[in-house]
Design a protein around this ligand. Structure first.
Ligand SMILES: NC(=O)c1ccc[n+]([C@@H]2O[C@H](COP(=O)([O-])OP(=O)(O)OC[C@H]3O[C@@H](n4cnc5c(N)ncnc54)[C@H](O)[C@@H]3O)[C@@H](O)[C@H]2O)c1
Length: 439
């Protein structure tokens, strides 16, 4: 029997604007993909909100609706797209430039893509060193730039007749920064904005503008953005959901599938060597050691958390974990990720697993952007505010409450996501105990 909702969920009526800093490979693949799906030219493969079902009640109940029929999500026809970039190229030109999708497909969605003209970006070359562009806001200080972004957001909302908005960072990876004094609370952050504190990154200025405007924010890159006390405070104050960081797409997704399997079987790990070659603009930015460090930190933590070497020292103490990304232009967006995994089994006998993943980065990332846009909007309509750990499924470095270690195992993350949806709708959570079938 359907249950009573635990939470009052506002309906998904009207248009949802998806605002994206960074009109590059990922965002154009996402937008062009949605336009193609709307026209029946392709299928939304890889998207839970479009394709996944959710089991409700007992296995014998036969209730497995699509997620999109179970919770009220914005429909693809209700999405409107906008964004910012340091280049003036329309989303059509940016999609051609990214060379992810075939030209013939891009041509079929040329009109909506060409209509998306990026707004001027907030940019600081100190944070992204390998690229430079002309399409940049000039203002006296960070706060003035944040206000310009808030004006952009408001104008976009009015001009496009949007009821609600979400913002998803698909901009380049910024250089590695640790939280500083200006990040510790909202007052210090706002003072830092006024004083042009160099510790405040462009992505944080976008996030501040979004949250002040009541717009949910997701961080698709590994840089430090909303996972600082100041912006978490603002998100709570403004009743806005946030999540991040770093889309879990290729190699790390694979890691969070394989590592739980090794641990489930109590097989040991001596070392995991991962290397990637990629040749897109993201690869070029990550060729800068400081941007790579941000990515490396995000990629490295996954195994430690899943394998728990402190709990299983005989299996996982001191395993070597190396991650490399090499910029290799001929490959474009078609990355190749190699993994060599040295494992050991019964009596310590060694074995090896080799993975050669010929993946397409933006093809894996685009459905994540779609799901995050729809789920963040759902969270907002459910009155959920601050960090949305139930969306950790989508991230390499999931944000959590302070003091809580992140859950990286993709199967636990999926269970958490689906149980959250069940909880919102007042359905029984699924524990997989299943004793009742044998009574
Ligand atoms: N593709 C994946 O599988 C994947 C996975 C995880 C994370 N990411 C992250 O997603 C982001 C986007 O990846 P991509 O392949 O689309 O890169 P991309 O280089 O094609 O696009 C990024 C765009 O951001 C723009 N940009 C940079 N700084 C900006 C700013 N301050 N404001 C507005 N625009 C700005 C750049 O000009 C560029 O057009 C990167 O940070 C990447 O690390 C991608």
């Amino acid at each position: 029997m359907p249950k009573t909702e635990n939470v009052r969920i506002a309906p998904a009526e009207g248009k949802l604007g998806v605002l994206i800093p960074g009109i590059g490979a990922v965002s154009t693949t996402f937008i062009a993909g949605v336009e193609a799906v709307k026209r029946g030219l392709a299928q939304p493969i890889g998207s839970l909100t479009q394709l996944a079902t959710i089991r409700l009640g007992k296995r014998t109940d036969g209730r497995t609706p699509y997620i999109r029929d179970f919770v009220p999500l914005a429909g693809l026809n209700d999405l409107v797209f906008g964004g910012w970039d340091i280049f003036e190229d329309s989303a059509y030109d940016a999609a051609l430039n990214a060379s992810v999708l075939e030209k013939s497909l891009i041509e079929q969605v040329k009109d909506p893509l060409e209509a998306i003209r990026p707004m001027k970006a907030v940019f600081d070359h100190e944070y992204v060193r390998r690229i430079n562009g002309p399409h940049i806001k000039q203002a006296q200080n960070h706060m003035a730039k944040a206000r310009m972004l808030m004006d952009d957001i408001q104008t976009f909302k009015v001009e496009n007749g949007c009821d609600r908005l979400v913002m998803i960072w698909c901009g380049s990876t910024e250089v590695f920064h640790k939280p500083a004094a200006c990040h510790q609370n909202l007052k210090a952050f706002e003072e830092g904005l006024c004083k042009n504190d160099p510790e405040i990154s462009p992505s944080q200025i976008y996030a501040y503008a979004a949250l002040q405007s009541g717009v949910p924010y997701a961080n698709g890159a590994p840089n430090l953005t909303t996972d600082i006390p100041a912006l978490i405070e603002l998100a709570k104050e403004r009743n806005v959901p946030i999540c991040g960081k770093d889309f879990k797409t290729g190699q790390t997704w694979m890691k969070t599938v394989i590592a739980p399997g090794l641990k489930a079987r109590m097989l040991g790990l001596a070392g995991w060597y991962s290397t990637n070659i990629l040749g897109n603009r993201d690869g070029e930015v990550l060729d800068d050691p400081e941007s790579f460090k941000t990515k490396e930190e995000s990629k490295l933590s996954v195994l430690e958390y899943i394998l728990q070497p402190e709990v299983y020292p005989q299996l996982y103490k001191d395993f070597s974990h190396v991650v490399r990304i090499n910029y290799y232009p001929p490959r474009g967006d078609n990355k190749e990720g190699w993994d060599n995994i040295d494992i050991f089994g019964w009596l310590g006998y060694p074995m090896q697993i080799k993975i050669d993943f010929l993946c397409r980065d933006s093809i894996l990332a685009a459905p994540i952007v779609l799901d995050l846009a729809l789920f963040l909007d759902l969270a907002q309509r459910c009155g959920m505010k601050g960090t949305q750990e139930w969306l950790s499924f989508y991230f390499k470095s999931p944000m959590t409450a302070p003091g809580l270690y992140p859950e990286h195992d993709i199967f636990i993350q999926l269970m958490k996501l689906k149980n959250t949806l069940r909880h919102l709708k007042g359905e029984d959570l699924i524990t997989h105990l299943g004793l009742e079938y044998y009574d």
